[in-house]
Design a protein around this ligand. Sequence first.
Ligand SMILES: [Zn+2]
Length: 260
Amino acid sequence: MSLKNVNRINGTSFVLYIYITKTYIVMMMFDPILMVITLVFMGIGMFVSSRLKSKFSEYSQTPLQKGMSGKEIAEKMLRDNGITDVKITSVEGQLSDHYNPLTKTVNLSQEVFEGRSIASAAVASHECGHAVQHAHAYSWLTLRSAIVPAVNISSKAMNIIILAGFFLGAIYHWYNQMLLAIIICQGIITIFSLITLPVELDASKRALVWLNNANIARGDEHAKAEDALNWAAKTYFVAALASLAQLMYFIMLLVGRRRD
Ligand SMILES: [Zn+2]
């Protein structure tokens, strides 16, 4: 469901969120409030992603009446949208499907690529939705791609700042400076996760409109495809909310310290 821009970020902000929280482990040991915020969102995230997985396994076993494979659906959707310079490939892993704007490839997991189910149709058309966005220079996608380098730097910098902060904070009492640096990094990551929302929702919308218009999935089948894509969208909502909650918390910490 993700949009691969740079290897480092696997696309899904959900993955990014889990990755970021790893850097919080040290901080959390010293900060129970941060621990509660992080654990609550991790709990919600795990619930949503397990629901997503069970929806996908259910719809993977629901055959598409048209009998087309994910690959055939992707080919047709690209063709119908007049896109001729995007390749469709099969990749390893489960739910590893993504569109790569750098190589102009729609990468589908084996299950989706070969599958002739409602889940395959939903995922294949969603990824093609990203290819259509790219072809039309959809503004949220352009913006998202533009800030990817800053996000990569920020997530790496977070680790260094937190580690260095312990020494600098202890020796020079640079707590406020350290907190400000964390806020800047977290701010960039939060903006990225918020920009990801319209990109993901729009790709699903394009997919669902096309599935109906091209007569690939209608009625009950269309409703199921929509349900699957809605659950995928929820993972991005949780990730964005978690990132925002962490940012707000750091800002409150800094404001509190300045007042003291
Ligand atoms: Zn997507």
